[in-house]
Design a protein around this ligand. Structure first.
Ligand code: CTP
Ligand code: MG
Length: 166
């Protein structure tokens, strides 16, 4: 899951500048995605996810770590892209529910990246998905994700990268 976990913190570190929705409003008069979703955040985050995935692929070959699921160029790209697409889609619905940028939306804020990554894998690499994300693996992901999410956001808040600790 590393290629899916890294994009969010890297987007928070490197994001900013031109928003994905270019400042446009949706038909309900609220922003499409909001200022928290930027092209720089998307690009830097996806790139970082793919880079950590390449390190995983390299270490597998180098050290013969066959206890780890085998990553491929496709799987790491889908994990990284899916994570931030999930985050983007989440923000779209967050705005539709009238929640401002940075507002708390408990379950969605934590699992958006998991859902986005799984959906992209299901569409473009179902073989890898079902061979790798077995039920016990999925359970570990569902338990680990909120814990890591909370820890990273508190850390981001303490080092003043994030404005709120969630
Ligand atoms: N970020 C970005 N581009 C993205 C995702 C995140 O630039 N595609 C940056 C933004 O600076 C954002 C920060 O990372 O404020 C934290 O991300 P997140 O918590 O997902 O955004 P929020 O500001 O909370 O906005 P939202 O309410 O839409 O989730
Ligand atoms: Mg947020």
């Amino acid at each position: 899951m590393l290629p899916a976990y890294l994009p969010n913190p890297v987007a928070a570190l490197c994001g900013g500048g031109l928003p994905v929705d270019l400042g446009h409003n949706y038909s309900d008069g609220r922003r499409v995605f909001g200022d928290g979703k930027t092209y720089r955040g998307l690009a830097a985050g996806i790139l970082a996810g793919i880079l950590i995935g390449l390190v995983q692929i390299w270490s597998q070959g180098r050290f013969g770590w066959d206890f780890l699921p085998e990553q491929t160029m496709l799987s790491i790209t889908l994990l990284a892209t899916g994570a931030l697409l999930g985050d983007l889609v989440k923000s779209f619905f967050k705005r539709r529910f009238g929640k401002e940028r940075g507002a708390k939306w408990p379950v969605a804020d934590m699992y958006d990246l998991v859902l986005g990554a799984l959906v992209l894998l299901l569409i473009f690499d179902p073989g890898w998905l079902f061979a790798t994300v077995t039920l016990p693996v999925l359970i570990v992901i569902l338990i680990l994700t909120p814990v890591l999410h909370r820890a990273m956001n508190i850390l981001g808040y303490l080092i003043k990268v994030k404005e709120v600790p969630w």
